[in-house]
Design a protein around this ligand. Structure first.
Ligand code: SF4
Length: 390
């Protein structure tokens, strides 16, 4: 199949729409997402966002997911979220039954706000709990307490959210397996439809990474963080969750994050707002990382695109391997061969055989996927695949 045909075929799959709300109450020291704390610019930003939606509505895609992320989208009031959802429906072909997610910070929620989000068309709420332990929340610099998280989850249920995701972080200095499993147990007690469990990472240039370099605290040993990863999977699977992606768990296939699945499957998505990325099948582009530049550009009728690249065949192959290995469904050999015109097992057969021997991979003729143990060593394993392509 030619690359042009692949690009054209993408038009038949529903795409994802992402809206980046770049405001937070306070910056968390480990975070490297783009956001600012000056909320006086929200009204100007909202006008610019509406303008960007009206200028980009020409994309020939249908969408079955809208994800409002950030930043902290729940700093917006319900009527502002309603305006985003309504304008998205007016500007794009959003399919009936689309998954419409809002990321929410427990420190910004009130019951009336939650009912307002629901009435605004949000049908999936993803709450950034991170931990139920105040000591850990303090270390992470979060604005909320464990009690705030508890109230937010209960209020969200009362407000009628029947598709609820909770985000948690593990690998926090001082954390033990016991305290992490207690966090997980508390999360599972709310029976969320989805759980994302991320390992704390020290992104270069963040205050937390600088603190680590200066020796202000010690990171959890890598081996313990790896053990927590495996313990997470064992615990949540024993409680009926599917471990469908390295950091993600769903109560059933229906509750997998439809939007995030697009990133891992190489399906197109359009990103709006400062720093948001778009992928249209072969081309990737990204918006400027500044609220003032974003607003100025759109006020002047210009799209705020800061750069773009057309992926080479090699880049596409590397991405297909990295993203495929993250998923419990793994990589489909036939689709890979069709797309890249190479024999999947011819190229990777040796690596796959070795990983199977070490119980890090399950493989058949048609598909290969990492086991939980293999996922623990994802980066090293993905590099072995990439070396075979060189
Ligand atoms: S609330 Fe979220 S986006 Fe904002 S600084 Fe903290 S981690 Fe980053």
């Amino acid at each position: 199949m030619s690359r042009e045909n692949i690009e054209t075929n993408h038009f038949f799959q529903p795409a994802g729409l992402y809206v980046h709300i770049p405001f937070c109450i306070r910056k968390c020291p480990y975070c490297d997402f783009f956001s600012i704390t000056d909320r006086s610019t929200i009204p100007g930003f909202m006008e610019a966002l509406i303008q960007e939606m009206s200028m980009t509505g020409v994309f020939p895609f249908r969408f079955d997911s809208l994800y409002i992320g950030g930043g902290t989208p729940s700093v917006l009031e319900a009527n502002q979220v309603g305006r985003v959802v309504e304008t998205a429906h007016r500007s794009y072909r959003i399919l009936p039954g689309a998954e419409i997610t809002l990321e929410a910070n427990p420190g910004t929620l009130r019951f009336d706000k939650l009912t307002g989000f629901k009435s605004a068309g949000i049908n999936r709420l993803n709450i950034g709990v991170q931990s139920f332990r105040d000591a850990h929340l303090n270390f992470l610099g979060r604005i909320h307490t464990g009690r705030d998280a508890d109230t937010a989850i209960k209020d969200a249920r009362k407000a009628g959210f029947d598709n609820l995701g909770l985000d948690l972080i593990y690998g926090i200095p001082g954390q033990t397996k016991k305290s992490w499993l207690l966090d997980l147990q508390q999360a599972v007690d709310y029976a969320p439809e989805h759980l994302s469990c991320y390992m704390l990472t020290y992104e270069f240039g963040t205050p937390m990474e600088r603190g680590l370099r200066k020796g202000f605290f010690q990171a959890l040993p890598e081996s313990l963080a790896g053990d927590l990863f495996e313990a997470t999977s064992a615990f949540l699977c024993s409680r009926g969750y599917q471990h469908y992606e390295i950091s993600n768990f769903a109560r059933s296939t229906d509750f997998r994050s439809r939007h995030n699945m697009k990133y891992w499957a190489g399906v197109p998505y359009i990103g709006l707002g400062p720093s948001a990325h778009s992928f249209t099948g072969m081309k990737r582009s990204w918006n400027c990382r500044s609220v003032s530049q974003y607003t100025e550009n759109l006020n002047a009728g210009r799209l705020p695109v800061a750069g773009e690249e057309v992926l080479s065949r090699d880049q596409e192959m590397i991405e297909a391997v990295y993203l495929g290995l993250r998923k419990a469904d793994g990589i489909a050999a036939e689709a890979f061969e069709k797309k890249f015109g190479v024999s999947f097992h011819g190229l990777f057969g040796e690596v796959i055989a070795d990983l199977r021997k070490k119980r890090m991979m399950n493989a058949t003729k048609t598909r290969c996927a990492l086991t939980c143990r293999g996922m623990r060593f994802l980066d090293g394993i993905a590099s072995r695949f990439v070396q075979r392509m060189e």
